[in-house]
Design a protein around this ligand. Structure first.
Ligand SMILES: NC(=O)c1ccc[n+]([C@@H]2O[C@H](COP(=O)([O-])OP(=O)(O)OC[C@H]3O[C@@H](n4cnc5c(N)ncnc54)[C@H](OP(=O)(O)O)[C@@H]3O)[C@@H](O)[C@H]2O)c1
Length: 335
């Protein structure tokens, strides 16, 4: 009997996930029903949000059940189809499971066709030319309303989203300050074109370090981490500044103990707008976003920063490294 390989949740992680939280399992190959497609995973995506689905608490998607395959975004190829809109050979991105083959319906979450240029590595379409780039664009321009001449601060600037934000903000004519953990990551951020990169682990007073880099304050803060970093930035926002809350990875491994903001009053003082967002809630701007990403990439102004592994079975380890803060760029697994 044909089988599929799956990465299943064995137990709920305590803190940073460890290999024992996951297992490689097999299941019978699913068959597509009416209107469904059988999809072969080509690129699996490791996303911090998955950490939230592993806890038994409400996130923006239900928790993964013990013994069930992990939920995540992936890029796959249709190999059997009962849906004329998505014929065999179509490349699709969708929210699926960590399964090397899976069934999708036409109404699957986040389902979209991927039109790949022949000479572009496929995994870019799961990274800077895909959801990562779209997230950076939506947060920076739709939520943050960043404009030429403004000062943009971004946290986790050597990470998947942050590294793309740095490049988009520079392309838009902004002054860019990136925060990253460690001197090597700070070098990476400078290499992407940031005007200033701060190794936040290497400074005693993060607020003072940002203030020295931006004496007139911050117009747009693209926040990937939340926690103490967000608190340090709040008093440095300019009048009518904007904070795009993309994520709060600093607390994903310890969701029982969220950081309480001390400086929220500064939102009132400087009439700062602070807004959370989920990329796919903004379908009306995604074509414009994709066009800018594709154009910049073609001109060499956007360099996808990636941490790529090969082999379906490497998904848990890749995810563990992501959630340990060890990675630079987007963590992807090619199958
Ligand atoms: N709203 C949306 O639609 C959307 C979509 C995608 C992603 N996101 C969010 O965007 C943020 C960035 O995601 P990403 O995919 O681009 O990942 P990423 O930045 O590559 O994430 C890893 C980086 O986060 C930083 N980090 C800070 N505190 C951490 C901690 N306690 N544990 C582990 N890492 C920590 C580390 O960088 P340093 O060493 O520099 O601290 C680490 O290398 C996440 O919060 C994610 O949930 C939101």
């Amino acid at each position: 009997m044909e089988e599929v390989r799956q990465i299943v949740l064995v137990r709920r992680p305590q803190g940073v996930p460890v290999p024992e939280d996951f297992a490689l399992a097999t299941a019978p190959m699913p068959r597509p029903g009416p209107g469904e497609m059988l999809v072969k995973m080509r690129v699996g995506s490791c996303d911090p949000a998955i950490r939230g689905f592993l806890d038994d608490r409400p996130s923006y998607l239900p928790p993964v059940a013990i013994g069930a395959p992990i939920n995540g975004m992936s890029l796959g190829e249709v190999i059997e189809s009962n849906n004329p809109a998505w014929p065999v050979g179509t490349l699709l991105r969708a929210f699926a499971t960590w399964s090397d083959h899976y069934i999708l319906r036409g109404d699957a979450l986040g389902l979209e066709q991927v039109d790949c240029a022949p000479d572009v590595p496929l995994q870019h379409y799961m990274g800077a030319l895909g959801p990562v780039g779209l997230t950076a664009w939506v947060g920076l321009f739709e939520i943050g309303k960043a404009k030429a001449g403004e000062t943009v601060l971004v946290s986790a600037a050597a990470g998947a989203t942050g590294s793309t934000v740095v490049q988009l903000a520079k392309a838009a004519g902004c002054r860019v300050i990136g925060l990253a953990g460690g001197p090597n990551k700070a070098d990476v951020v400078r290499g992407l074109g940031a005007d200033v990169a701060i190794d936040y682990r290497g400074v005693d007073d993060l607020g003072a370090a940002i203030s020295a880099a931006a004496p007139d304050g911050i117009d747009v803060y693209f926040d990937n981490v939340g926690g103490e970093t967000l608190d340090a930035v709040l008093p440095l926002m300019r009048l009518h500044g904007r904070i795009a809350l993309c994520g709060m990875i600093a607390q994903y491994n310890d969701a029982e103990h969220p950081h309480g903001l001390r400086n929220a009053w500064q939102l009132v003082v400087n009439r700062v707008g602070m807004r959370g967002f989920i990329t796919y809630d903004h379908p009306e701007v995604l074509d414009e976003a994709q066009a800018m990403l594709d154009g910049l990439f073609a001109d060499g102004g956007l360099k996808p920063l990636e941490n790529v592994r090969d082999g379906f079975e490497t998904l848990p380890q890749a995810f563990i490294e992501l959630m340990s803060g060890q990675t630079v760029g987007k963590t992807l697994v090619r199958i």
